[in-house]
Design a protein around this ligand. Structure first.
Ligand code: PMP
Length: 364
């Protein structure tokens, strides 16, 4: 028995988990600071946790999600002033990427994605028998994301991904650039704007553009600012012209009941979201000012830093209890990505990294 040819598929490389690292180092997970997966250092909203416990004790876990899916969809539609059918609830933004691939890609169709960039765009395209090409962000140009860069690389692909704020660099597209791209691609091309880190940005969401651009879809997630990464819940907002495709491509009940209820409660806890955003904005500024390495301006909840040899620095940092992301898998073997922690975590991380950078630089 053999699978189909998966040789062009590369596995997703996640940041390392805290229990995993603690076990390797023989340390207590509580002694570790995990800044490798852009998670929310304040955890989830207590209201979200209470909603999960309440659902477990009342409705129970044995029923398929129905009302919770409808209620969350309505709340998101209300938040963005769109119709409920324009909101595609999915298991994480990753799930939204898959549904858009399913809805748009015929075998052999191509996608255009940023390099460096989030690896799941091309993974999903390949799962759906598609192919992937890249537009290359230039380190020398501060990883600037411009319409020219995308349109020059564009060769009529069926889907074009724009990540803003961008992972792992933190750079953004301007509103003008997004509109230029949406207007500049062929009629059959869907432009997907990935706003997984949108809450941390000062710019308005491209969801505002969806009603005027039939070829735009915007991705959002509850994994980051809402602190619900473990529950896997996100969504796409799509134009009403083709919004009904959701029912034809969705996996039945893919957005689970507890996740929907938690997300609904999290939406209702603006204090928690605002605190999360405020901490991230403070932490990225602190890292930019205090890390003894070249860093880039970031609109996300992380900072990219050029440390010379990322593998060595990330390994040493981990050995001292601070887990950061080695960006070799992003094609940046000289860079690490450090997620924004609490104030105390961020300060410890900067101090630890600066000690390591000083040690590394004095070595022959
Ligand atoms: N897009 C980008 C750019 C990301 O970095 C991530 C998560 N790392 C996602 C999408 C997916 O997030 P999730 O599936 O947890 O919502």
């Amino acid at each position: 028995m053999q699978t189909r040819d998966l040789s062009s598929h590369s596995p997703y490389v996640p940041g390392r988990g805290i229990e995993e690292v603690a076990r390797d180092l023989g340390m207590d997970p509580d002694e570790l600071i995990k800044l490798s997966s852009n998670e929310n250092p304040h955890g989830s909203s207590p209201k979200a946790a209470a909603a999960v416990i309440d659902a477990t004790e009342t409705t129970g876990l044995h029923v398929y999600p129905k009302a919770s899916h409808t209620d969350l969809t309505a709340a998101i539609a209300d938040q963005w002033d769109v119709a409920a059918e324009q909101v595609w609830l999915t298991p994480g933004a990753d799930g939204a990427i898959d549904l858009l691939s399913r809805a748009f890609l015929e075998p052999g169709d191509g996608i255009l994605e940023p390099d460096p960039g989030f690896s799941y765009y091309s993974m999903s395209a390949r799962y759906h028998h598609g192919t992937a090409r890249t537009y290359d962000l230039s380190k020398a140009a501060e990883f600037a994301q411009t319409a020219e860069l995308v349109l020059e690389a564009y060769e009529g692909e069926r889907m074009v991904y724009l990540t803003t704020p961008h992972n792992p660099t933190g750079s953004e597209f301007s509103r003008e650039a997004i509109e230029t791209i949406a207007d500049g691609v062929d009629e059959h091309t869907l432009v997907v704007i990935d706003e997984a880190y949108g809450e941390y940005s000062q710019r308005p969401s491209s969801i505002e553009l969806v009603d005027d651009h039939e070829n735009l879809a915007v991705l959002r997630t509850f994994s980051k600012a809402y602190g619900l990464a473990g529950l896997r819940i996100g969504y796409a907002v799509v134009p009403s012209e083709w919004a009904d495709a959701y029912a034809r491509v969705n996996t039945p009940f893919a957005a689970n009941d507890l996740a929907c209820r938690a997300a609904l409660a999290a939406l209702d806890d603006q204090t928690h979201v605002e605190r999360s955003i405020e901490t991230a904005r403070w932490a990225r500024g602190y890292m930019r000012e205090n890390l003894d390495a070249k860093t880039w301006d970031s609109a996300g909840n992380f900072v990219l830093a050029d440390v010379g040899d990322a593998e060595t620095v990330a390994a040493r940092s981990q050995a001292r209890g601070v887990i950061i992301r080695d960006c070799t898998s992003f094609g940046l073997p000289e860079c690490v990505r450090i997620s924004c922690g609490t104030e105390a975590e961020t300060k410890t991380a900067v101090e630890t990294l600066n000690t390591i950078l000083a040690e590394v630089s004095v070595q022959p």
